[in-house]
Design a protein around this ligand. Structure first.
Ligand SMILES: Cc1cc2nc3c(=O)[nH]c(=O)nc-3n(C[C@H](O)[C@H](O)[C@H](O)COP(=O)(O)O)c2cc1C
Length: 379
């Protein structure tokens, strides 16, 4: 018997029963009236798959893909998600371990409750690791975070550009819930040597006071969530430290911005509206995909997230032209079920359903997954 349901809605329902209400709402909720969360799901219904039959498909489908010079078993990446200890005490250690086991890229968030070194250790030597930056307002901190990320084998930089300030998240506001001021989701700041210099103390030292720990938590939160840094003309500051290694901008929804990203020399964009947590009433992320594919496909790597709940959803995003997809909330609901066991169950289930879908529509590999297998749903 599986540890939890293989159906998304039932998985979320049992996670809700296991989690403290504030943690559940933090993950389930979004900005304002949560219309963007709904739009992300509706966008998948705008497309229907047209299966093809009587084609030679191998006994198992080859889902492998090459991304940034690495051959991956599937184009599936862990979305950067902060404060994962809200969902299970093992948090990022569990999620990074399972993605490592399967050889799929793991993206560490700047709002992580576990630091660079510990996540690198649980993820495993040689596995593909990415780092997501909430771009600090202080350049010294930015340089330090990037240097530490590099030292610990994080290969791709994901710069989140839609969250230089937090959206209006009604569920959290109504509870007065903000885990960062309690010191959860600030570990990268607490461990940072440059932050220690700026603060004049090390909040992790044995003799650090409670006030010092709180001050360090606030310092990380304010410098990373209230930022003027993410503007096009500042991108060179990241290149200066990150060198030629890949840089992706996460949070792009407009074809004009994707073209600008190309002009400013980044390597890719990740279509995302932060799971509907930033702008209420915004376009569903999948609805933004075709125009961006038309504008930059083949010249920028295109990642996608927002509302993926099944293998068929993964299929639709890839068929519309995404080079890879990111998994968000499903992994958190898995994490709520006994940590790594639940994560492994959810990730392997999504991979299996995706593999079955690719075969049942008549493709032996991802080369055959394209928009000719989709029609617009006019109902
Ligand atoms: C609880 C939670 C925390 C998140 N934390 C981050 C984060 O630290 N950095 C980031 O770039 N995106 C963050 N995101 C957004 C995800 O990376 C991703 O864009 C989103 O979850 C995709 O939507 P979906 O989960 O509904 O598929 C977070 C999302 C959730 C639900």
């Amino acid at each position: 018997m599986p540890i939890a349901s293989t159906n998304y809605d039932r998985l979320e329902a049992s996670a809700k029963l296991l989690l403290p209400p504030a943690s559940y709402d933090y993950a389930a909720g979004g900005a304002g009236l949560e219309k963007t969360i709904a739009a992300n799901r509706e966008a998948f219904d705008h497309w229907r798959i047209v299966p093809r039959v009587m084609r030679p498909v191998l006994p198992s489908r080859n889902l492998s893909t090459i991304l940034f010079n690495r051959t991956l078993p599937a184009p599936i990446v862990m979305a950067p998600i902060g404060v994962q200890t809200l969902f299970h005490p093992t948090g990022e250690r569990a999620t990074s371990k399972v993605f490592g086991e399967l050889g799929l890229p793991y993206t560490l968030s700047t709002a992580s409750s576990t630091g660079f070194a510990n996540v690198a250790a649980s993820n495993g030597a040689g596995n593909p690791r990415w780092y997501q930056l909430y771009w600090p307002s202080d350049d010294d901190l930015t340089r330090s975070y990037l240097r530490t990320a590099k030292e610990h084998g994080y290969e791709v930089l994901v710069v989140t550009v839609d969250t230089w300030d937090l959206g209006w998240r009604a569920r959290d506001l109504d509870r007065g819930f903000f885990p960062f001021i309690d010191g959860v989701g600030v570990q990268i700041g607490l461990e940072d040597p440059v932050a220690h210099e700026k603060l004049g103390f090390n909040p992790l030292a044995a003799n650090a006071t409670t006030e010092q720990k709180q001050m360090a938590a606030l310092y990380h939160t304010i410098t990373t969530s209230r930022g003027l840094s993410p503007v096009w003309s500042n991108l060179w500051k990241l290149r200066e430290v990150w060198g030629d290694a890949p840089i992706l901008l996460k949070g792009v929804q407009s074809a004009e911005d994707a073209k600008a990203a190309l002009g400013w020399g980044v390597d890719g964009v990740i279509l995302s509206n932060h799971g509907g947590r930033q702008v209420d009433g915004a376009i569903g992320s999948l609805d933004a995909l075709p125009a961006i594919v038309e504008a930059v496909k083949g010249r920028l790597v295109i990642g996608f997230d927002g509302g993926i709940r099944s293998g068929a959803d993964i299929f639709k995003a890839l068929a519309l032209g995404a080079d890879f997809v990111q998994l968000g909330r499903p992994i958190l609901w898995g994490l709520a079920h006994e940590g790594e066991k639940g994560v492994r169950h959810v990730l392997k289930s999504l991979l299996a359903e995706f593999e079955i879908t690719v075969g049942l529509v008549g493709s032996a590999s991802l080369a055959g997954v394209n928009a000719t297998l989709l029609v617009e749903n006019r109902r």
